[in-house]
Design a protein around this ligand. Sequence first.
Ligand SMILES: [Mg+2]
Length: 407
Amino acid sequence: MKITSAEVFVGGPGKNYVTLKIMTDAGIYGVGDATLNTRETLPAAYLKDYLIPCLIGMDPRNSEDIWQYFYRGAYFRRGPVTMAAIGAIDMALWDIKGKIAGLPVYQLFGGKSRDGALVYAHATGANLDALLDTIAHYQSKGYKAVRVQCGIPDMPEGGYAIAKKGEDAKHYITDFGLMPDEEIWDSEKYLKYMPIVFERIRERFGADLKILHDVHHRLRPREAAAFGKEIEKYNLFWMEDPTPADDQSALKLIRHHTTVPIAIGEVFNSIWDCKTMIEEEWIDFIRVSATYAGGITHVKRIVELAALHNVRTGFHGAPSHSPISMAAQAHLNAWAPNFGIQEYLVLGTKECGALFPSQHSMENGMFYVSDTPGLGVDFDETEAKRYSFDRRYHPIVRLEDGTMWNY
Ligand SMILES: [Mg+2]
């Protein structure tokens, strides 16, 4: 069996999805997702200019060797561009493998460990009352776990992971501007206000709601340690990205001061980015994704390392992940003995469903993987013709005195 051609498409409804389609001489094809949010054309170019010419003629069944060929075989390894491109190839090869076997991909890992996978939604409020209403909205739809983000009073621009000024956001939507939007951040105001937010949430929704919160890399290690200690009594499901991930040992300081569960890793690209914090057991959840961390082959390896150290999964699932990478993660979630939770924010629009037809389903805050052979997601090339690349940026963050800070 041989790979005969591969094509990359960039575009989609509201997102620049980067979709790879690999064709074989057996008439079977596979699809993969290389969407590197706000830098989408780069993995697309890396695929077209460097990887696809090598892929032609390879046996698609040798997904491990092909992964090693593109990772180990490259002099300059790792990084989000490279790993998103390799990840898309890897997903497509697993899709092909499943179709050859006539089995959903999770069966090739060892079958299901559970029927439904717990997911969490994003509840964001420009202020506390708006946040509480948004949580109630998700609870009424059956969600058991919600990520809560709240506008901070007196924070310039509303400050923090919030939809455009003053809007009562029903979903977490970063403002992806034509040029980078600017947010102003003040850690002192945030640290004073967030415990009040958790207090009010527990008062209104009781002890059972699973509360997640994303610090979005905004704190210094000592601040994050003190914050974690202060909010222990609210029993969060996790505190996410307390500090920037570049410094793994910062997690050690946080861990030694608080029992609040720590989740990190959505910007990690390889097992080497998370190795120390997993082996030292400084974290509770690993947040890598099939797109940014080299596809199913590599993420599965990370999950297995994590399982040795009581670290559970909590894969990234921002709207920039196309239904293809979300399906790849859904198969891993169905299998992983150390599954924790899945972030799930696919743009569930009619247009998105038409571009990526699938039988996967969501019900009462649980994701159910379909039994269609392969990844269980298709890609409609006719629909794809409606879309083209549209450059967008994440916001940037500054402190009040103008100092650049971490988004
Ligand atoms: Mg996050």
